[in-house]
Design a protein around this ligand. Structure first.
Ligand SMILES: O=c1[nH]c(=O)c2[nH]c(=O)[nH]c2[nH]1
Length: 301
């Protein structure tokens, strides 16, 4: 093998991706389930595994998978993904002295308890929507520093009125017609990061309540706002989340504008906008994409 001494490893991380677990917790006659997809990556004194084929420094990706399964078996917090993620990173840093950083990304798949005969069923669940919760934990041995980002993905919403778009910049390239009443639909992706990097302060954060609160504020604002644009509605959501949750340092949204275009029936001598029924064409593509990160001008903590 040729050896190019000009080359060095700048950054390296490895581990197991797509570790899927379904964890069932039995509480008397009632059972709870949590389905997750987990990625665990490691960083540290591992460069020789790349540069010198030195496998002695490799904690195998198979061990990473086992670690996720074992921590899930022992943990009381699998459903609280930010806490579960920290339990994995803590274990890794305690167990392997040459590993300096552990990075966990978790997707929580949705299982909602079924209502049967008007009552919550003890052990049956339904996937009632594609939206997922996410959490990313970056844990560094140095200073025991942790960064946590939580997220909400693929929350598909639509309103049939209460949305306008006019007054926008126009030039010779503009063909969009201003509208005072349109369909507004988006698939919400939101991510929020936490202020504190000290472990003790993060322990007091109610991550699950914040997940629920962000979803509630997102949906309520989407429904109630007489939207002037996707941009303005997005910012309203951010303002409320930062006002309600001091532990959140910043919040970003990525909102595709899923266009629904009124069908032109003029050649059929039909006024599609008339009376109280209209037919729209849902457009697969292209879609607008409106994004923004918001934070506080001065941190409250
Ligand atoms: O809410 C909107 N924001 C835009 O930036 C935009 N651009 C566009 O064509 N339609 C819309 N709607």
């Amino acid at each position: 093998m040729s050896n190019n001494s000009n080359v060095y490893i700048k950054h390296a991380r490895y581990g197991k991706d797509l570790v899927r677990i379904m964890r069932v917790y039995k509480e008397g006659n009632v059972q709870h389930c949590t389905e997750l997809t987990v990625r665990l990556l490691l960083e540290g004194d591992i460069n020789t595994s790349y540069t010198k084929a030195d496998n002695s420094v490799i904690v195998t990706t198979d061990t990473c998978k086992n670690t996720v399964n074992v921590v899930a078996k022992r943990s009381d917090n699998v459903d609280n993904i930010e806490v579960f993620g920290q339990e994995i990173t803590e274990h890794v840093l305690k167990q392997y002295a040459h590993i300096s950083g552990a990075f966990v990304d978790i997707i929580k798949h949705k299982w909602t308890r079924l209502i049967v005969d008007g009552k919550p069923h003890p052990h049956s669940f339904v996937r009632d929507g594609e939206d997922i919760q996410t959490a990313s934990i970056q844990h560094y041995r140095a200073g025991d520093q942790i960064n946590i980002t939580s997220g909400l993905d693929k929350l598909l919403v639509l309103k049939t009125t209460g949305s306008a778009f006019h007054g926008f910049y126009t030039d010779e390239y503009t063909t969009l017609v201003p509208t005072w009443d349109r369909i507004f639909s988006t698939s919400v992706d939101a991510k929020w990061t936490f202020v504190s990097k000290s472990r003790s302060t993060l322990r007091s954060v109610d991550f699950k309540a914040i997940h629920a609160g962000v979803k509630q504020i997102t949906c309520d604002t989407f429904a109630k706002d007489d939207s002037a644009s996707v941009q303005a509605t997005l910012y309203l959501m951010q303002q409320q989340i930062l006002a309600k949750y001091p532990a959140v340092a910043d919040i970003s949204y990525s909102l595709p504008n899923k266009h629904y275009v009124g069908v032109d029936m003029s050649k059929l001598n039909i006024d599609n906008a008339g009376k109280n029924t209209s037919v729209y064409h849902p457009q697969a593509d292209p879609s607008g994409l409106i994004t923004a990160v918001a934070g506080r001008k001065s941190s409250k903590l």
